[in-house]
Design a protein around this ligand. Structure first.
Ligand SMILES: [Cu+2]
Length: 175
């Protein structure tokens, strides 16, 4: 009897431990899941805290009569594929090839691209003549919009704080 009884408590013990550890594992799995969800919330909150939630660009249709200018945005450059365009409807097809949101602000000015006034890292929009703007849009997306431009000299910039001074500016002549 003793020989038969001996394995019994061992088996019960093993089974009990197995059940207990299974239950523990179950609890353990639940808790980390809560932590993971909390972690996700924390990380997305920190992403939001770094700036406005990046919206993808909106590509409006190009009017048939408009002249198209392709523009590339990245850290840290604004590159226009044309230096001169004809006056009238100018359709800016803008590709954000950077790693963060950028915008396109069209300023009519006789100043050279690097000589615009700067206050707090931005070109003060009340002190320059803004004739068009594509609001900040997400990296790896595109935006297209038409502005009616008269003959003159223009500078295209990204006016998110710091970006203009880092080099996001380029000249465009409308003739
Ligand atoms: Cu920018």
């Amino acid at each position: 009897m003793l020989r038969v009884e001996k394995p019994w408590p061992v088996a019960v013990l093993v089974l009990t431990v197995a059940l207990f550890s299974t239950a523990c594992t179950g609890d353990g799995e639940d808790r980390p899941q809560v932590d993971v969800v909390g972690g996700d919330k924390t990380s997305s909150a920190s992403v939001s805290a770094s700036g406005a939630p990046p919206e993808r660009g909106v590509v409006e249709p190009k009017p048939p009569s408009a002249v198209q200018v392709d523009v590339e945005l990245k850290e840290w450059a604004t590159e226009a594929k044309a230096a001169r365009v004809s006056a009238g409807g100018v359709y800016f097809f803008v590709s954000n090839q950077g790693k963060q949101p950028h915008e396109l602000v069209v300023i009519q000015t006789d100043q050279s691209p690097d000589k615009l006034p700067v206050e707090g890292g931005r070109v003060p929009e009340g002190k320059v003549k803004i004739v068009g703007e594509i609001e900040p849009f997400a990296a790896e997306s595109k935006a297209g919009k038409t502005f009616n431009l008269a003959k003159g000299k223009y500078v295209l910039i990204c006016n998110i704080a710091g970006h203009y001074e880092l080099g996001m500016r380029v000249a465009l002549t409308v003739e």
